[in-house]
Design a binder for this molecule. Structure first.
Ligand code: AMP
Ligand code: MG
Length: 443
């Protein structure tokens, strides 16, 4: 698949005001801009966690491989349950997990069976041991059992061959993100290795003359870089191969060199800072050069809060190239630390997942009742930091985490989710239901 060039994206954008794009428009354009990686590799099951399947996994066996008991009890033929009187069965043997009972069982007979043991031939029903009475006064003499009427139906407490997976059927589909449950499923098929898309390589750097790297002495007017660390964490959680390129000063020559180096090594580049109106001009000129004809970078102002300015596009791996396939995708995020995280979650993360080959649907937003009134202007999407908790009646409620300034990173640490106030939504009154995007498993 040939990636869309920014020119064709720009053509699609004609008619929209790039100074006021809605968040949903940006998501839609990004999903058309990026393309999935095409190389795959084979990895051992322990390296497969968090990776994306590049091929369907076809089950080479049925799981379970035989009918077996779901309970400790007694196996018998369910046809005998039709009778009106309690069933009296003689215990003729024992079936253990991993040690089947090989004999034939006649009507009026049963086999003591343990959970997971193979069902003896011809038997289809298990009565749990706690539901039977023993004929003998002495419970040690368990050779005859009584099953009361109306307790069971044919097939009860039997797990059927292939009820989890059928031989020859896809057990997992291409594009699946491998979770702990998926690893277990793969192992249950006896597979030690699995085909996955190669890891996405993402280079990132922070920009700004005022940004200090850790280890540098504090100086007047300077702040320590936080964005590189949140971006590192977000990318690592996503399973990307990260390339940390440090802090780059607001100097066109240095920035240009950094972009060229990043594009050469990575599938995607994430920068923070330098895209606001005052700073964007020289970045724009440089991007025009680095993006070439087939690439290009657009500077957008998104109708959202936080995270208004953003630069998006492609940077060619070699400036002389005209081929958009040979380019890295650029996500130029705003500088403010909360805006970086919000734009990452809203736009970059879904686009990177697509590049990783994942076909997973985004996690659904949850509904929670707002514990307070929230002022909100229609015409932009707002992401407020929230703490979601369970109300006494069991429903979810959410409260904002105080100061919502786009530089207040402590609000992200306190929050366990984002309250998403949609584009057309207005003020929220106390008790209104709002959408929340939970952080769990994401950040
Ligand atoms: P900018 O978008 O470059 O104008 O930056 C907006 C604000 O975010 C400024 O207050 C910057 O100091 C701050 N900022 C930019 N980059 C970083 C960073 N890497 N770490 C912490 N704060 C930053
Ligand atoms: Mg800056």
């Amino acid at each position: 698949m040939t990636p869309k060039t920014m020119d064709s994206i720009a053509a699609e954008l004609a008619g929209y005001d790039p100074q006021a794009l809605s968040a949903s428009m940006v998501s839609a354009f990004l999903s058309r801009l990026v393309t999935p990686v095409t190389q795959h590799e084979t990895v051992g099951i322990f390296e497969a966690l968090g990776r994306v399947l590049s091929h369907d996994v076809i089950s080479p066996v049925s799981v379970p491989p035989h009918d077996n008991s779901a309970m400790d009890g007694y196996a018998f033929s369910g046809a005998q349950l039709a009778s009106e009187t309690p069933l009296i069965l003689k215990v003729v043997g024992t079936a253990l997990a991993g040690k089947a009972w090989a004999g034939l069982v006649k009507p009026g007979e049963c086999v003591k069976i343990m959970t997971g043991a193979v069902m003896p031939q011809g038997l289809d029903t298990v009565v749990p041991q706690e539901l039977v009475n023993h004929r003998a006064e002495d419970p040690a003499q368990t050779d005859v059992i009584v099953v009361a009427t109306g307790l069971l139906q044919t097939g009860d407490n039997r797990r059927q061959l292939g009820e989890d997976l059928r031989q020859g059927q896809p057990a997992l589909q291409k594009g699946a993100l491998l979770t702990p449950a998926a690893l277990g499923l793969i192992a249950s098929l006896g597979l030690e290795k699995i085909n996955v898309w190669r890891k996405l390589r993402v280079a990132y750097f922070s920009t700004g003359d005022e940004i200090l790297s850790l280890g540098e002495a504090p100086r007047e007017g300077a702040v320590y870089d936080s964005n590189r660390y949140t971006v590192f964490g977000l990318l690592t959680r996503l399973g990307c191969e990260v390339i940390d390129m440090g802090v780059v000063r607001d100097e066109p020559a240095l920035l240009e060199a950094a972009f060229i180096r990043a594009a050469a090594q990575a599938d995607a580049i994430i920068t923070s800072g330098g895209v606001s109106v005052g700073e964007a001009d020289y970045t724009k000129a440089m991007m025009k050069k680095l993006g070439g004809d087939a690439g290009g970078v657009a500077f957008w102002r998104i109708a959202m809060r936080p995270g208004r300015p953003m630069a998006v596009g492609r940077i060619l791996k070699e400036i002389s190239e005209k081929n958009a396939s040979n380019s890295a995708v650029l996500f130029g995020l705003p500088g403010n630390p909360v805006a970086v995280m919000v734009t990452f979650l809203a736009f970059v993360r879904p686009a990177l997942l697509q590049m990783m080959g994942s076909t997973a649907a985004p996690a659904p937003l949850l509904k929670a009742r707002s514990s307070e009134a929230i002022r909100k202007k229609p015409g932009r999407t707002e992401y407020q930091r929230g703490t979601v908790s369970t109300a006494p009646d069991g429903s979810l409620r959410v409260k904002t985490t105080g100061n919502q300034g786009s530089g207040v990173l402590s609000s992200m640490v306190q929050a366990n989710g984002l309250i998403v106030l949609h584009h057309n939504q207005g003020n929220v009154t106390l008790g209104d239901e709002v959408d929340v995007m939970m952080f769990e498993g994401v950040i």
